[in-house]
Structures are given as structure tokens and as C-alpha cells.
Ligand binder design. Sequence first.
Ligand code: TRP
Ligand code: ZN
Length: 474
Amino acid sequence: MTPPCRQPARRRTAVLRREAVLATVPVAVAALLGATGPAAGTAGAAGAGDPYFPLSGNGGYHVRHYDLTLRYHSDARELDGKAVLAARATQNLSRFDLDLTGLEVTGVTVDGLPAALRRHGQELVVTPRHTLRAGRDFRVTVAYHGTPKPVTDPDGSADGWIPTDDGAFVAGEPQGAMTWFPANSHPRDKSSYDITITVPQGRTAVANGVLLGQRTAHGNTTFHWRETQPMAAYLATATVGTFKVEQYTTHDGIHVYNAVDPREASRAAPVLKKLPSVLEWESTLFGPYPFRSAGAIVDHAPDVGYALETQTRPLYDSAPDTDTLVHETAHQWFGDSVSLTAWKDIWLNEGFATYAEWLYDEQHGGDSAQESFDALYAHPASDHLWDFPPGDPGGGENIFDTPVYARGAMTLHELRKAVGDRDFFRILRAWATEHRGGHGTTDQFVRLAEQISGKRLDGLFHTWLFTQGKPKNT
Ligand code: TRP
Ligand code: ZN
């Protein structure tokens, strides 16, 4: 099941190109300009305040719902889109930004009235006719089209709308949502989604949540998907390809929709068969599955090099192995339901999903978690594994690197040894339950662990999450 000396688990399968493309643009401080009176309002910030990705997300409003209507001409690789955002002002707002890169915008309205529009890098700056008062609901429509292209992340990998030979692999972590729809693209802001997408007949478009309808007319098929649970923009997908589709309902009433590229089907089948039992096993450990639908999108996208825990329906660039299925499914609790407030806390996603793999192996005839830990701990102090501490990766170029995954999981194993199994699993369940559908920070996790165990754990977390270099054996 697991090789005796496992590679630090991470979901990358391709070699990283290590170009240091650091984001250097500061968060806009234009917010105070132009405020001339109480009703005038101020501009929403150009970013959500995340130092790793300063322009991701925006200030001044919350998106309650995205209604995306898309048409993908997969042969020409062109996308037509209309986005309707139901938003709420969180300050008196004279103007606000959306994140969108590439693509041509042909019109923006706010509450039905044409709004002024400016493009500035990834910022789509929208100035409505009138100031939007704090607390007020408003509706933004954006009409756009063009040839979507992925963005290059600080670590050199591509994310966003990634064309494939039969459609597109659509994966937005950490910043690619803006390549295919105008978004408040930071996990701090979570929203429900309707995604309606039309593709040439014979192709399938798969998004998050439940398939409400599918109809074919004039050589095109339209798929209407709905995710009612709060979702971060990076977890949205609208993956297009030639897929074999399988649908069923589990004993627990979860709707499963699997879409598999025929080229991956024979290798994917034995792994996908385990999905219901993996969901059930994870539910016993982490608490009830947080969503009503589930499944997998198994694409054939050999250049991508990673899988993504797209909400309800993880996206794989090729047939996954069991550990990868377990990992992406665990993210539904850790990352998707309980979201980050800052990318710096990424170990709360990747360390937890990796530890889920260790637990799965331990309970299914593979290595014990202790053996997984020991195999990693054996790596010498000079090893890349110890290059930076997982609680403070240092920048966006490191968030998907080995220390986050492997040493993040080691941190949880240390916690388990310190508090014992009973309290450890209580902590995991309480974390998933108390923050379900919302957010969690590293500080909150540490406090929860201390509260449940009644132990002081700041030393343990300080050592494993925040201290440079290989920790001493304890
Ligand atoms: N979160 C993904 C996983 O671990 C991995 C991932 C998403 C990723 N986007 C990425 C890895 C970009 C490298 C680059 O399941
Ligand atoms: Zn992961």
C-alpha cells in the first residue's frame, strides 16, 4: 500500500519550476481618497489583506451568491460568460474591485444600472452610480468573453482555467478563479454558487454540488450545477471534457457524481469504488460529511501535476491512487468546510489531509502513523523537509511544498502523542464541527487543542509549526 520509506506526501506529481515570482504589489491604500461626506463612502480595498497574495480578494463587500452562466467553445477555446453576484456592502462603498484577469469585459451593471469600469492588472474596478451604504444588498452583473488562460503561481505551477485536448481542467487554488469569473477571490469570502455551462454536445461540464438539469439542443448541452453550501472561489470548478459519468446515492443519502476521462477509466475504477467507504470512514473520524453531494472528476491533463479538492467533487489530473483519494476527500472537512483566513495557515489544509492518509493507511493494513512519522523523521537536518516551518511558510511560493504537507502532518502526530488518541480525535471532530461552513485559524486550533486536552501545548506547536530547522526528538 505504502512504500516503506515514503516520499513526503504532497499532491504535486510534476517537478516544480522554482522561479521566485514574488507578488510585490502592496494592498491599495486608496480607501481614504474621495470621502467627502458621510454618504460619500470610500473605495473598497484592492485586496483581502493577505500578505502572500496581496491582490487576492477585495475589501468592502461580501458575495453571498454567484450565478455564472458560461458557454465554452472548446475547439476555439473561447469562453462567453455572464456573472451575476449577489453581494452585501460591509462599508459605505463608493467603488469596489472584483478579481478578473485576461478576458474582455463588455459591460457591468450594479442594481441594473450601468457602472463605470476600469481594469488595472487583476483588479476590475467598478464604480456604481451611487454609493452603496454599509449593510445594503446589491447585485452586480458582468458580461465577458475571451480565451481564458491559467495564471502562473509564485511556485511556477499553473492554476485557473487550463485548456486540455478535449476541454479544460479548471482548478483555482490559490488564485486561479479570476481566470474564468469575476470574483472576490480569497477564502475569507465564501458564497453559494449556481454554475450553468454550455458545451458542444458530447462534452460534459462538471461543477460543484448537485446537477439540477442537463439539456441538449442545436448541438450543445447545457449543465446546471448548484452548490448551496458556502464555498471559497478557489474551490469552484467547471471542468469540461469527454467523460464517462456515473451517478448514485450512498447509504447516507449523499449524491455521488463521478466524471472520468475514458483514457483514465480502467485505472480509476478500482480507486473510485472506494469513495463511499472513504466518505464513511472519514465521517466516523471527523464528524458528518459537510456536504450533500460528492464525487470525483478524473481528467486526463498530463501537464497539470496536481489534484485539487474542488468542493464536493475533487478534480484529479489523472487516475488517483487511494492515498490521493483519501487526501482530497479529507480536504472536504479540512480546507473546504473549514476554510483558511490567510494562506499562511495552509498547513491546516495540507497537514490535515496528509495526516488523513496516514490514518487511513494505519487502519487499512498499511504503515502505522508512527511509521510514516519515523520514515520522515529519518531525513537528515539538511533535507528539504526541514527548510521552513509549516506554520510560517514564508510566502506564496512555498504553500504547496513538502514541509507544509509532511511536517504539517508530523505536527498532528506529535499532538496525538501528547494528548492521547481519545482527545486527539475529539479535537479533530470538534474542529470540523465548530468551524463547519466557516473559517479557522492556527491560533484557534491551538486553543481548541489545549481546551479539549487540558494541557499546555504552546511549546509543542511552537516547535513543530514555527521553529526553523529539524525539531529535536521528543
Ligand atoms: N491543494 C492541492 C492538494 O494538496 C494541491 C494544489 C492545488 C497545488 N493547487 C496547487 C499544488 C498548485 C501545487 C501548485 O490536494
Ligand atoms: Zn492537499
